[in-house]
Design a binder for this molecule. Structure first.
Ligand SMILES: NC(=O)c1ccno1
Length: 246
């Protein structure tokens, strides 16, 4: 899997040199290219934005630098029809929600190019143009607005990258995670058995694996009902949904 990131703040992504993703890059399991959008500007001030047509506050990112960036990044991969097998992700609050299932879907891709907008966003023609050359996704990290797309891209790269085979040492650890089974993860405990008067549930150190599995399942259901009833099938979450009405 290769990630490419286009941003006006390339230094933002230095953190991807550490931890699991950094090791995966050193092991050759993941590749990462971080590209400064300003390398595709040609004026003295390396301008990447301008005032919005139709007026309004803020600035909009100009299409020309982005067009040249995608020429450089998608060009070598394009087939005779001018189509790349890369997936291009624009991180934006106006996108579809990023979920664990989308992360798993994208972890199977060969290459993902992240376009990190700033200011009031990127000229809409850029998405329209790139969609003629590659699969384009506009994806949101959540229903809130950040100052730019970099934090969202970082989170998505971590969520996707860790699912790529060979990145996480023990793939089993990816199975019992929140949202993998459609439920939130059960609570976890480690030594000491008693800490500040709080004891680890007896079932977990009783040695009965079937009882542990049943307890964990029930705990995952209870936690999901309490914290995220929206994740449960309507029939199961309806009571709490009703009780949550004003
Ligand atoms: N919610 C988001 O993904 C986002 C991206 C840029 N600003 O907000």
């Amino acid at each position: 899997m290769r990630f490419d990131i286009v941003t006006i703040f390339p230094e933002f992504f230095g953190v991807l040199d550490v931890s699991l993703l950094g090791k995966a890059r050193r092991d050759g399991v993941l590749e990462l290219g971080v590209h400064d959008l300003r390398q595709w500007t040609h004026d003295r001030h390396r301008t990447v934005d301008d005032t919005p047509y139709g007026g309004g506050a803020g600035m909009v990112m100009k299409p020309e630098p982005w067009g040249e960036a995608f020429d450089a990044l998608l060009g070598p991969d394009e087939d005779a029809a001018g189509t790349s097998d890369a997936v291009v992700v624009f991180t934006t609050p106006a996108g579809t929600p990023f979920t664990q299932s989308l992360a798993r879907e994208l972890a199977a891709e060969r290459r993902i190019v992240f376009a990190c907008g700033r200011y009031e966003g990127i000229d809409a023609r850029v998405v329209e143009h790139v969609a003629t050359r590659a699969r384009v996704l506009e994806v949101s990290l959540g229903d809130y607005v950040l100052n730019g797309g970099e934090v969202a891209a970082m989170a998505m790269i971590e969520a996707i990258g860790r699912l790529v085979p060979g990145v996480v040492g023990n793939p089993e650890s990816l199975v019992e995670e929140s949202h993998e089974s459609g439920l939130l993860e059960h609570p976890s405990y480690t030594k000491p058995r008693v800490w500040r008067g709080l004891e680890v549930p007896g079932v977990l150190h009783g040695g009965n694996h079937a009882a542990v599995a049943a307890w964990r399942r029930e705990q995952a259901l209870e936690r999901t009902r309490r914290v995220r009833p929206d994740l449960l099938p309507d029939g199961d979450g309806a009571e709490r949904t009703a009780s949550r009405q004003p």
